[in-house]
Design a protein around this ligand. Structure first.
Ligand code: URA
Ligand code: CA
Length: 433
């Protein structure tokens, strides 16, 4: 087989065979096919697209390019959730203990974050002593006992995707729905998911800015999952403003605790109940989403979701007393209020810019090498649609330095007020099965 023939075939819009896809994925991973040929192929894919068969074959070729996590020793259907990323997205922290409390096994492999705030592991490290450096056997034992554990990312998961993504990044071929969909799905499948719930974000703070693109990406991923034998569904959720109030690591852990107590922000709570219900159904712990939702509501009301969170933290070395005393987590030295300069209604909170403001405080990483400050971040005091009086706080800024003028400037530029009444945005834009 020759790579040049594969490029030519795709250039001319002819469907590639499974063997051809495996050939280029394997050759690229082991270094026998050079960057320039793969660049030409990804550009051809960008223009010509991929058929459903090609997408499934590409996904599985990437899964098979590296380690695959074997979760067979964990009882039950392992359902994973994936979010296409947003700002202040605390759903993973809430959903893990929430669905575990109704018996869904949560075997989470997680990484560190790049951008606005840390990843799930960074956030959990705001809890003294918590660590994810556990052996595979211990991980499996913990999931069987507590229904939830988190382990650090294996070094050799989907190496083909790592190389391809880095190449796409510098060849203007990231924005291709078949390539994005197979990239995301390959990572979930390699991590051992039997079933997958996708949270595809839409709006200003999301990867996909329009509802149409978000739906197309969601349906591409759902079809890949179902075509390769993993029950998959997607929820399209709003990211026209940050989710919940907290953006920052310790602040988000506190927000997750509040939500598990039933005292969290309305939008975060609703999204967690929606995604959680689908996870419970895919795990076959309830027959319908209505029944699943009732079960989730029950474990919030009777405190067992919160108990599950405590057990999870202490099983991995964490000080679970932070659940009752969140002030034990890292605290910022200073708090400043961003005061409204006029009366009105909040009409816009540009999510990704607000995320950048949190990063300026040190809540996220600008590069892989940066260290993050777990204590700092932002608490939104108003959301889109809220009425504001001059002098009201729009945001509380938690900082470890005194001069936050740059952060304030960024926030003022990205929180818009108008004189007319504004309605709150719709949270759930649709579901795709
Ligand atoms: N996220 C991924 O994991 N892969 C892509 O291709 C794009 C976003
Ligand atoms: Ca949040």
């Amino acid at each position: 087989m020759r790579m040049v023939d594969i490029i030519e075939k795709k250039r001319d819009g002819i469907e590639l065979a499974k063997e051809e896809i495996q050939f280029f994925v394997n050759g690229y991973t082991n270094g026998s096919i050079p960057d320039y040929q793969v660049s030409a192929l990804t550009m051809a894919i960008f223009f010509k697209g991929m058929t459903e068969n090609e997408r499934a074959d590409l996904t599985m070729a990437m899964v098979e390019s590296g380690d695959q996590i074997d979760l067979k020793k964990i009882e039950g259907i392992k359902v994973d959730k994936h979010s296409t990323g947003g700002v202040g997205d605390t759903t993973t922290l809430v959903l893990g203990p929430l669905v575990a409390a109704v018996g869904v096994p949560v075997a989470k492999m997680s990484g560190r974050g790049l951008g606005h705030t840390g990843g799930t592991i960074d956030k959990l490290e705001a809890v003294e002593g918590f660590h994810v450096e556990i052996e595979n056997e211990e991980f499996i034992k913990l999931v069987n006992e507590n229904k939830i554990a988190v382990i650090g990312q294996s070094g050799n998961l989907t190496p083909a995707d790592k190389k391809l993504y880095a190449l796409r990044d510098v060849t203007a071929t990231v924005d291709s729905i078949p390539l994005i969909a197979s990239s995301i799905m390959s990572k979930k499948i390699a991590a051992g998911a039997d079933a997958i719930v996708l949270d595809v974000k839409t709006g200003a703070g999301a990867f996909m800015k329009t509802l149409e693109d978000s739906k197309e990406l969601a349906s591409a991923m759902v079809r890949i999952g179902n075509n390769v034998g993993r029950n998959t569904m997607a929820v399209i959720s709003d990211m026209s403003q940050p989710l919940g109030f907290a953006i920052g690591n310790a602040l988000e852990v506190k927000e997750a605790i509040d939500t598990l107590k039933g005292e969290g922000p309305e939008d975060l709570t609703e999204l967690c109940l929606t995604l959680g219900s689908h996870m419970v159904v895919l795990a076959k712990k309830a027959a319908t989403v209505e029944e699943a939702r009732e079960k989730l509501q029950q474990v919030i009301n009777d405190g067992s979701a919160l108990e599950t969170f405590k057990t999870f933290l202490s099983s991995q070395g964490g000080d679970a007393s932070v659940v009752d005393q969140p002030e034990k987590m890292p605290q910022a030295k200073y708090q400043f209020e961003l005061e409204a300069k006029e009366d009105g209604f909040v009409s816009e909170i540009v999510a990704d810019e607000i995320g950048t403001a949190a990063m300026l405080l040190g809540a996220g990483r600008a590069t892989k090498e940066s260290t993050i400050d777990l204590a700092v971040g932002l608490m939104l005091r108003k959301k889109i649609g809220d009425e504001v009086k001059r002098g009201d706080s729009l945001v509380t800024i938690y900082s470890n330095f005194e001069d936050v003028s740059e952060v304030k400037e960024k926030l003022y530029a990205n929180i818009m007020l108008t004189s007319e009444k504004v309605s709150a945005p719709v949270l759930i834009h649709g579901e795709i099965t």
